[in-house]
Structures are given as C-alpha cells and as structure tokens.
Design a protein around this ligand. Structure first.
Ligand code: PEP
Length: 250
C-alpha cells in the first residue's frame, strides 16, 4: 500500500507566534486515519520551534527549500544539513514559485535533491506545466522533461525516499483546480515514466501528490483516483480545520 500524504506549504506566511498557534491547532487533530501522513512546511525561521512542538505526534516537518550548496559562504542560504539539525524530515523542492521567481532550473533542483538525500532528508519534488503549455497540448512533454532533468543520476536506492507533487502551475493559488480526470491522467503518466526509469516496484510505491487549489470541497474527488496519493496544499493549509478536513478526504 502506498502512503497517503497531505502536506501543507505555508509559503511566506505566518509570524512565528501565528505559525506556532497554527501548528498547535493542527496538533489537536486526534481522529485522523493512521495511514495518513500529515506534513507541514512552515518558514525556515519556525522550523526549530515547530519541530519541538510536534515531537512525538503524527505530524512531520518539512522545509520549503534548501540551498544548492553543501555549506559555506552563501549569505542568506540554508543548507540541507542545517535543516536536518533542527528536526526537519522533508524538503519541498522545485516548487513553481522557486522556478518562476528565483530562476530555479531542473539542474539546480537535481543538485538540491542530491543534497537533501545525502543529509537523510526526503525531497517532495514538484513538477507541472504552465497554462500556455497545457493549451498547446505539450504538458506531458514538459513534465517528462522536468522529471528527466530533476532525477538525473538519482539511483533506484535513493529513489525510494522521494515524493513527487504534480502541481499544474495554472491551478496554484488561482482557485482553478485540475479536474479529477486531468489529475489522474497526469499522475498515471508520471508513474509510467518512473516505471520506465526505475522499474515497477519503485513506480508502484512512490507517492504522487496533487497540488493546485486543493481544498476540503474538492479533495475527495481528487484523492479517490488510483494514482493520486494525496495533496500538496498551499492556501488551505493555513486554516487548520481546512487542512485537517483535506486529510480526512481519503
Ligand atoms: C502550492 O503552492 O503548492 C499550492 C498547491 O498552492 P494552493 O493550494 O494555494 O493552490
């Protein structure tokens, strides 16, 4: 059985006190199915405190990014090893906002994936096409190219720690969700791509999350699809009840 995962990307939201109270609210969930993994990704500055707060609970901690360098003179950057040292378990990589605003390429993301894995962190690797690419009907080619570039040189052994998030960029923060059929179609395509590169077992086991305006009202119809193993949630993860309701939608 593949893991069911709901991960909340808080992005650049919440002050530290607000973030701690959001995490505390989420912690109050007691009746989540045991097979659902709940992950929260607060801003870097909150990680250490949130890590202490959620210790021993069923909530796991993610960072939203990490540096493409191991350590040293890179002012303002946070290395994977630093994230690991404050209790982080997962790192979101290749988010479309990192690609669009910080010029991250598949090659940069590939370096970051290798650094997170080398530091025993699990990458949540994002892919997805922009609207123009979907309209031109080249979205499968785009996603295949992203996967190829991001996973270049990743061994099957390393691959078992990876989670993929399919996030059509046109659906992120827009209120416009991919239809369940569009999500399933792309998730199945991604799984077939992984199967070709890494074999049936790894392809079968890798969780593939959907991201893009997922909310309590549409989570069920997305998660019910055979290849949709959960969600990467932006806006709705900032409201504890919505986030929990999404996690109850399997
Ligand atoms: C995201 O940024 O990963 C995301 C899915 O955002 P939203 O849920 O707000 O569309």
């Amino acid at each position: 059985m593949r893991k069911k995962i709901v991960a909340g990307n808080w992005k650049m939201n919440t002050t530290l006190p607000n973030g701690l109270s959001l995490a505390s609210e989420i912690l109050k969930n007691t009746d989540l199915p045991k097979d659902v993994v709940l992950i929260i990704a607060p801003p870097f500055t909150h990680l250490s405190d949130v890590s202490k707060l959620i210790k021993g609970s069923n909530i796991k901690l993610a960072a939203q990014n990490c540096a493409q360098f191991d350590q040293g003179a890179y002012t303002g950057e946070i290395a994977a090893s630093i994230l690991k040292s404050v209790g982080t378990e997962y790192v979101i990589l290749g988010h479309s906002e990192r690609r669009a605003y910080f010029a991250e390429t598949d090659a940069v993301i590939n370096t970051k994936i290798k650094l997170t894995l080398a530091n025993q962190l699990k990458p949540i690797v994002c892919c997805g096409e922009v609207l123009e690419e979907r309209e031109k009907n080249i979205h499968f080619d785009i996603v295949a190219k992203q996967l190829k570039g991001m996973f270049d040189g990743i061994t099957p052994n390393q691959f078992s720690d990876i989670i993929i998030a399919y996030e059509p960029v046109w659906a992120i923060g827009t209120g416009k969700t991919a239809s369940p059929a569009q999500a399933q179609e792309m998730h199945a395509f991604i799984r077939i791509n992984i199967e070709k590169a890494y074999g049936t077992e790894l392809a079968h086991n890798i969780p593939i999350l959907y991201g893009g305006s997922c909310k309590p009202s549409n989570a069920k119809e997305l998660f019910v699809n055979a290849d949709v193993d959960g969600g990467l949630i932006g806006g709705a993860s900032l409201v504890a009840k919505d986030f929990i309701d999404i996690a109850k939608s399997f």
